[in-house]
Design a protein around this ligand. Structure first.
Ligand code: NAP
Length: 321
């Protein structure tokens, strides 16, 4: 046994991840009088805290800053008694009646587990990317954008995140070049309209990044036009990568995942393992938004309670008829 085991307590529910899904589960769990532990290595609130403005969550007609929203979620979960611990999850042993979560602060035990660890930014995997990450390359416009006042920036990607963050950066930068591998954007029409009205942002379609170059910091991006294969270089002060996300599910084995690593659940958020639920962006699902993450968390905690009340007789979704 790990000498750092926190074995004296078996929580009713352990939630991995303190984003909107995890904290909604904690709110529902705490309110239902379940002893609830939330484990999160970073600040509570999750990725949404890195978003300048949350514009489409019901009940906030003027929008709300992602940071403020994260703080409110944390406060709300704490009000219902959820405990929070700030540590890294190394491994999970999800099988059996008592689930074991091994962290860098020892092991924690729960009757049920809600996995709400979300996603992490996808990387391009081109030369120079890792060298210049933190030295001109960033994955967070809200964190680093204000450092680039009146500078020339590139944003890579064509989805909602790339367009939204390019719009945000245009408040500071002298010029923003949105580089996308196709000529058609994936972003929703509302964002595309705002983009077309923005004089600071230039769109460079059918273009891929071949390399990031510089000395102490990023100075140039080598580009290739995918229609004529022409290679060119542009000078930039910074580059923001928004080319999608990958699920943070590598630490957990045993639960069924799809080919991309998203955890498969049924509508009750049950995974293939009895007593283990998944909620939010980590799930295989059609819409990854704060509102759907919050709903998933509420369902997961409600089903976790049912699982405990039924004396652990419910099994993973595969066995439910
Ligand atoms: P996304 O929708 O998956 O878009 C990723 C973009 O990156 C796509 O345009 C894709 O190109 C491009 N891409 C992927 N791999 C690439 C590569 N290796 N090289 C170059 N380009 C690459 O991801 P996202 O924008 O991060 O959004 C993720 C989810 O969050 C979506 O469901 C989105 O709706 C949601 N979201 C919503 C909001 C909002 O509601 N305001 C804001 C941010 C995110 P292709 O188009 O060619 O595939």
């Amino acid at each position: 046994m790990d000498s750092r085991d926190n074995k004296e307590k078996i929580y009713d529910m352990i939630v991995l991840g303190a984003g909107p899904a995890g904290l909604s589960a904690a709110i529902y769990g705490g309110r239902a009088q379940m002893s609830t532990l939330v484990i999160e290595p970073r600040m509570a609130g999750g990725e949404i805290t890195l978003t300048d403005r949350l514009d489409n969550y019901p009940g906030f007609p003027e929008g709300i800053s992602g940071f403020e929203f994260g703080l409110l979620l944390e406060k709300h979960a704490a009000r219902f008694g959820a405990e929070m611990v700030s540590t890294f999850v190394e491994r999970v042993e999800p099988e059996g009646r008592v689930k074991k979560v091994i962290t860098s602060s020892g092991a924690f035990f729960g009757q049920t587990l809600v996995i709400a660890t979300g996603t992490a930014p996808r990387t391009l995997g081109v030369p120079g990317e890792s060298i210049f990450t933190g030295r001109g390359i960033s994955f967070c416009a809200t964190c680093d954008g204000p450092l680039f006042r009146q500078k020339r920036l590139a944003v890579i990607g064509g989805g909602d995140a790339a367009v939204e963050e390019a719009l945000y950066l245009s408040r500071f930068a002298a010029e923003v070049i949105l580089i996308h591998r196709r000529n058609t954007l994936r972003a929703v029409p509302y964002l595309q309209k705002k983009l077309s009205e923005n004089p600071i942002i230039k769109f460079l379609g059918e273009t891929v990044v071949k390399e990031f170059k510089g000395n102490q910091k990023l100075e140039k991006i080598v580009l290739k036009n995918v229609t004529d294969n022409k290679v060119s270089e542009i000078s930039v002060d910074g580059a923001f990568l928004y080319i999608g996300r990958v699920p943070s599910s590598g630490f957990i084995d045993g639960v069924e995942k799809d080919s991309q690593g998203y955890i498969i659940t049924n509508e009750a958020m049950e995974t293939s393992i009895s007593g283990v639920f998944a909620a939010g962006d980590i799930r295989q699902k059609v819409l990854r938004q704060v509102v759907t993450a919050a709903a998933d968390g509420a369902i997961a905690a409600t089903m976790a309670l049912k699982y405990i009340q039924n004396n652990l007789t419910l099994t993973g979704y595969k066995n439910v008829t």
